[in-house]
Design a protein around this ligand. Structure first.
Ligand code: LLP
Length: 441
């Protein structure tokens, strides 16, 4: 069955009677007028449809625990939606922990991840009652045990391992290959376990964690990942007599940014993972463990679009036409960082026949700030509303104040209603942490 990550547009996208693009029953041109641009627009129905697909696809595996990798898009409103949908949260910083806690999220259903968690963040995690910590390295084992002992607590931990699996995605978003900064190399696992058994007695090892990479289109890597983890669980049982009862396979399922992308469905990935678990639990004689997955991009990516207003334009004599918009690399770093490609439409003229090849340029002071190169669009005029699809994941979460441009607002749309979930930043907020030393006044 097809799932929403296999479509470019949010599931509620339509052209309305005014001839404008509408998402969640809200006209994008009207949203631009009401909230100004750039604006992130999130379709609640698409987010919920995807979470439901994940739950449905994995229902054949009763020991399933769904988590949302909040690094893809983290706000208090998203925490509420995930809580309602029965998802836990994968958190990777003090800021994400704080946001979840501020949204009254059930902290028992959270996992803390990261290759260099600070002492303060680990203390915070314990104070706030984080459910599980995925320990990445020897340094972290030592400080976490120290904190746990000082608070007289036992902490449930997973060991993050590097499974040695390569996936075919952008080099910057591969994580499972051997030469990676994340996790224990398999040759280091025994040493870590000895330390937990003998010295780090306030750490309770319950399972293994791996994450291969992001924007993955292949099933086989997930099949192989399960194989590597089960082999390791069996080895640990035989060598240390420890039974691990939880595995976390990370996230990584891809979405469709352009017609060239062919992501697999949530049902296909679930089937592959469940099959692999059944097969390998028999092969290695290991009881089927609790299974965690922590997708980020595939949950919020397709649901979010960014709308911009067209401003200046430049025709290079005998060359390209550049059409600038009022945002760019600070609200969407992905094109300049990963050469990411997007599908673009003009929200107030989606059906217009007359077209030209145009390059959509951002407003930031960098030649590399190009949002979409050589795209085929209706003739754009100043004031047109340009819609970039699939910006829901790693758009806002990687945004910056480069050039001291304010961070955009985000709205959640549903059934003709729009609600602000992130206010547009103000100039006062922009300067609130600046201090002029006395001697400069
Ligand atoms: N779990 C772990 C341990 C991760 O490191 C990540 C993503 C995820 C889960 C979620 O992966 P997803 O389902 O979203 O693929 N900024 C990049 C993506 C970086 C991914 C980092 N880790 C981008 O915009 O493409």
């Amino acid at each position: 069955m097809k799932t929403a990550n296999q479509d470019i547009k949010p599931i509620t996208t339509k052209i309305n009677e005014k001839g404008n693009i509408e998402i969640g029953g809200c006209d994008l041109v009207e949203l631009a007028n009401e909230y100004s641009t750039p604006l992130y627009v999130f379709d609640e129905e698409t987010i919920r449809a995807i979470t439901k697909s994940y739950k449905d696809a994995f229902k054949a595996y009763p020991k399933m625990k769904m988590m949302f990798a909040s690094k893809a898009f983290m706000t208090k409103a998203i925490c509420k939606i995930m809580q309602e949908e029965g998802f836990g949260l994968d958190l990777c910083s003090g800021g994400e922990i704080y946001t979840a806690k501020s949204a009254d999220f059930d902290m028992k259903k959270t996992l803390f991840n990261g290759n260099n968690k600070t002492y303060e963040e680990l203390c915070m995690a314990l104070d706030y009652g984080i459910g599980t910590i995925s320990v990445d390295n020897f340094f972290e084992l030592a400080i976490l045990d120290n904190i746990a002992k000082s608070q007289n607590k036992t902490v449930r931990i997973l060991l993050r391992i590097t499974p040695g699996i390569e996936c075919h995605t952008h080099e910057y978003i591969q994580t499972g290959h051997l030469d990676s900064k994340f996790g224990f190399d398999l040759t280091q696992v025994d040493n870590a376990i000895e330390l937990i058994k003998e010295e780090y007695t306030n750490l309770q090892l319950i399972g293994l964690h791996a994450h291969i990479g992001s924007q993955i289109f292949e099933k086989k890597v997930f099949y192989d990942e399960v194989d590597v983890i089960f082999k390791e669980i069996k080895r640990i049982k035989d060598k240390h007599n420890i039974t691990l009862s939880e595995i976390n396979l990370g996230g990584g399922l891809g979405i469709k940014y352009t017609e060239n992308d062919k992501p697999i469905s949530i049902y296909e990935i679930a089937e592959t993972i469940i099959e692999s678990i059944e097969e390998h639990s028999k092969k290695y004689n290991v009881e089927e463990p609790y299974l965690f997955i922590e997708p980020g991009r595939s949950i919020v990516g397709t649901a979010g679009v960014t709308i911009y207003t067209a401003g200046s334009s430049k025709q290079v004599p005998n060359g390209r036409r550049y059409q600038a918009v009022d945002g760019g690399m600070a609200d969407n770093a992905r094109p300049s960082l990963y050469q990411a490609k997007y599908t673009v439409e003009v929200a107030n003229k989606p059906k217009e026949e007359e077209k030209e090849i145009v390059t959509i340029a951002g407003r930031f002071c960098e030649s590399g700030d190009i949002l979409a190169k050589d795209v085929n669009l209706p003739i754009i005029e100043e004031g047109d509303i340009i819609c970039f699809y699939d910006t829901g994941a790693y758009g806002y979460s990687m945004s910056s104040n480069y050039n001291r441009v304010l961070k955009p607002a985000a709205v959640l749309v549903n059934n003709g209603k729009s609600d602000i979930i992130i206010n547009r930043q103000t100039y006062e907020q922009l300067c609130e942490n600046d201090i002029i030393p006395e001697r400069l006044n």
